[in-house]
Design a protein around this ligand. Structure first.
Ligand SMILES: [Ca+2]
Ligand SMILES: [Ca+2]
Length: 362
């Protein structure tokens, strides 16, 4: 039952779904990895030439957004600690890659890996400091990094460090937070370019030591796969933005009000924030805001409602710093339908707010 619900969660890309928890028994271990507690896996001990990995048993679908939060422990030896940990996506791996500088990731192909590397290998382009980078296809040379290396403060401090991996398929953006700070981001068609069109991949964490060593651990209080709510693409970032700047009248589907009310729904604000940005970029343009309703309810009530909605938009833009003299709000009620008022979908189209940018007449 649990796996069914995880699957359902992965398939629904827009709806906010409560977090699912993973348990320690949900991982396949490979190499030297051992379970050391209710919520911890030791990937390598602090001994030379060791390698281990933990792979979640269920694949994840990259067509859906997700967020994973875990804690990593990179050992206690700073000056002589090695080699590091890699968070990996791979279509079928349940094994550990090469040890030493390979961090248990080298040789896994195709793959996407987030390395946290604590040992300087000059021939791989490693910076002197501990660093994080996005790698592909088991290749640990930084010439081939997709992002990074980014230098980070010493992580071999015997402490757990929160790592968050977040994927948003809508804008194809992967972001990585370490110690509650975003350290890496990458935009790319991961499914097509790395996994050859295969969206279902396994994920796991690998680690290794070589001639030098450290204890590498993966822990979680609660390992969650949260399908976060993916932001809708902004209409004003596409064709409608261009039409608006061409002086055409546009309406925005994402602009919504409570039924029968002039109160803006919170989701409308993203689009209006973008509109304010456009107005700031073009400070000579003025904005006409036209409110319209369908024909249900009395015509004078409709006129009042449409005026209130246009005004609510103007007020919000004013709050964002757009001067009142650049804004004009007018309500037309049911006077100018653009679709039939005899069907629900037609009435939905008729309830709208329209925008027009214009140059002031000199
Ligand atoms: Ca290294
Ligand atoms: Ca270090």
């Amino acid at each position: 039952m649990k796996h069914l619900s995880v699957l359902a969660l992965l398939l629904s890309s827009i709806i906010l779904v409560p977090a699912q928890e993973a348990e320690i028994g949900d991982f396949n271990l490979s190499g030297d990895a051992v379970i050391t507690g209710a919520n911890c896996i030791r990937l390598t001990p602090d001994r030379i030439w060791s390698g281990g990995s933990a792979w979640h048993k269920q694949p994840i679908d990259l067509n859906g957004p997700f967020e994973m939060r875990l804690q990593i422990m990179m050992g206690c030896k700073d000056a002589s600690g090695a080699d590091g940990i890699v968070f990996v996506f791979h279509p079928n791996a349940r094994r550990t890659g090469y040890q030493g500088e390979g961090m248990g990731f080298a040789g896994l192909e195709p793959s996407l890996g987030i390395e946290i590397d604590t040992w300087l290998n000059e021939h791989l382009g490693d910076p002197y400091e501990d660093h994080i980078a996005l790698l592909r296809d088991g290749n640990v040379h930084h010439r081939f990094s997709l992002a990074g290396p980014v230098r980070i403060p010493n992580v071999e401090d015997c402490r757990e460090h929160p790592l968050v991996v977040r994927w948003s398929p809508g804008n194809k953006m992967l972001t990585i937070d370490l110690n509650n700070k975003q350290v890496l981001s990458y935009r790319g068609d991961i499914i097509r370019d790395i996994f050859h069109g295969n969206s279902k991949v396994y994920w796991g964490v690998t680690a290794a030591t070589g001639a030098y060593n450290n204890r590498h651990e993966l822990c979680f209080e609660k390992l969650e796969f949260t399908n976060f709510e993916e932001p809708e693409p902004l209409e004003l970032d596409g064709i409608k933005g261009k039409q608006l700047l061409n002086g055409e009248i546009i309406s925005l589907d994402n602009l919504q009000f409570d039924s029968g009310s002039a109160t803006l729904l919170p989701k409308s604000k993203n689009e209006l924030n973008r509109l304010a940005e456009i107005m700031r970029q073009h400070p000579y343009l003025k904005l006409d805001i036209f409110g319209h309703t369908d024909n249900t309810g009395g015509s004078s009530a409709n006129r009042k409602l449409s005026q209130g909605r246009a005004q609510a938009v103007a007020t919000y833009l004013h709050e964002l710093g757009i001067p009142d003299k650049r804004l004009s709000a007018k309500g037309f009620g049911e006077q100018y339908p653009i679709a039939s008022n005899n069907t629900p979908s037609g009435r939905l189209k008729n309830r709208r707010v329209e925008f027009r940018l214009s140059r002031p007449i000199p």
